[in-house]
Design a protein around this ligand. Structure first.
Ligand code: ATP
Length: 365
């Protein structure tokens, strides 16, 4: 079945989309490649409107029958600087050469848009059948170490496992990581992997020492199940919870929000949690992600806060104190803390009871 309305003997579905079709899964994005020059091909399609051309990558975006389609020219890639973006070479090369630059055999299949025939130069079809992740050559992880994280991602998504040789190459690379790499690419793969919220993926990430891509430090698997905590408390930013507890996480190009989450997590470690009042004061207003991360140190306290304390709010405000005839001053905060301590003991305390407590604090009869 064709996903796009274009057909040509040189036009192929390629990579993940073919894999997903075979697995009966829906694809996030559909990669199309033209064996030859895609830009020239696009110009020759009678009803297609060209939207964007990238000459140096040989890619083109067209609108055909109201649908936007990206078409890439077949190309080769080399890695003169290992671990960094590849250099594009040989635009318009053979389909076979294009396929051989890819990460795993299961991602190296092509399917003709014209005949539907699957072109399998690397044994990808067999590897899909046997649920195997296999690199295409021994330098694969040296060229691009982010493929190690991709391997983990696909193993979680599809329940596939790397074959023994691929696993050996991975272990070998992780014993001798070249830290001069593109951390932007590594971050992208970590986001996609950890956003799957899989405890199993995290455990593999640690026990197989994949975290060594980020840091030379040693890191032990924390005794925590983030997957369950994340399911229960539904934080927005899932990946940072897993990644943010790793040493040297700052090596990744982090956004301001991500940096805040990590800073908050570090600050939580500096505080004491000997009673509900301290717990509440230290956690209130802090990112949920940082609080969940802190569960690696104080799981019970985190759960107690999130389950029992976090919803507690004072009903009284400064206006209520003013109505009691109290002039605004730093005593307001002390009074709120006094009322809060009581309310944490007895969450059913309502507004009138809070006002009573405030009066008690100020000695008003
Ligand atoms: P997803 O469903 O996550 O999009 P995908 O396989 O389509 O999976 P993409 O990251 O969109 O993944 O990449 C598209 C294709 O490009 C892959 O199927 C693979 O052939 C190739 N590719 C992607 N990343 C790499 C890489 N780091 N090294 C080599 N080839 C890659």
């Amino acid at each position: 079945m064709n996903i796009i309305n274009l057909q040509d003997k040189n036009l192929y579905y390629i990579g993940g989309v073919v894999r997903d079709k075979i697995l009966g899964l829906e694809s996030f994005d559909v990669d199309i490649t033209y064996e030859g020059n895609a830009i020239e091909f696009a110009k020759s399609i009678p009803d297609a409107k060209i939207i964007q051309i990238n000459e140096s990558f040989g890619t083109v975006r067209i609108n055909s029958d109201g649908k936007e389609i990206d078409i890439a020219s077949t190309r080769n890639e080399t890695y003169p600087q290992k671990g960094h973006l590849p250099v594009v070479e040989n635009i318009g090369c053979s389909l076979k050469k294009d396929v051989l630059r890819r990460d795993f055999t299961i991602n190296s299949l092509a399917q003709s848009t014209l005949t539907g025939e699957i072109i399998d130069y690397t044994g990808g079809l067999d590897d899909i059948k046997t649920k195997t992740l296999r690199v295409l050559h021994d330098e694969s992880f040296i060229d691009d170490p982010t493929r190690i994280v991709r391997c983990l991602k696909f193993s979680v998504r599809f329940g596939f496992e790397p074959d023994e040789h691929t696993k050996q190459l991975q272990d070998k690379y992780l014993q001798n990581v070249n830290y001069d790499m593109s951390y932007k690419r590594l971050k992208k793969e970590l986001i996609e992997t950890f956003n799957l919220n899989s405890q199993k993926a995290f455990e593999k990430f640690v026990t197989e020492k994949i975290y060594k891509l980020l840091t030379q430090a040693d890191f032990k698997l924390p005794d925590i199940n983030f997957e369950n905590l994340i399911k229960k408390y539904q934080p927005k930013n899932v990946w940072i919870i897993y990644a943010g507890i790793l040493p040297d996480i700052q090596k990744l190009p982090l956004t301001k929000t991500e940096k805040n989450i990590i800073d908050d997590f570090y600050s939580l470690r500096e505080k004491s949690y000997s009673n509900d009042f301290e717990i509440y004061k230290n956690f209130k207003g802090v990112n949920i992600e940082s609080i969940i991360m802190f569960a690696i140190y104080e799981k019970e306290i985190v759960e107690h806060y999130l389950d029992n304390l976090s919803q507690i709010e004072l009903a009284i405000s400064g206006n209520d104190l003013q109505e009691l005839g109290i002039e605004p001053s730093n005593k307001y905060q002390k009074c709120f803390d006094y009322v809060l301590k009581e309310k944490l003991n007895n969450p059913k305390t309502d507004k009138s009871a809070e006002i009573k407590l405030a009066k008690e604090y100020f000695g008003i009869i």
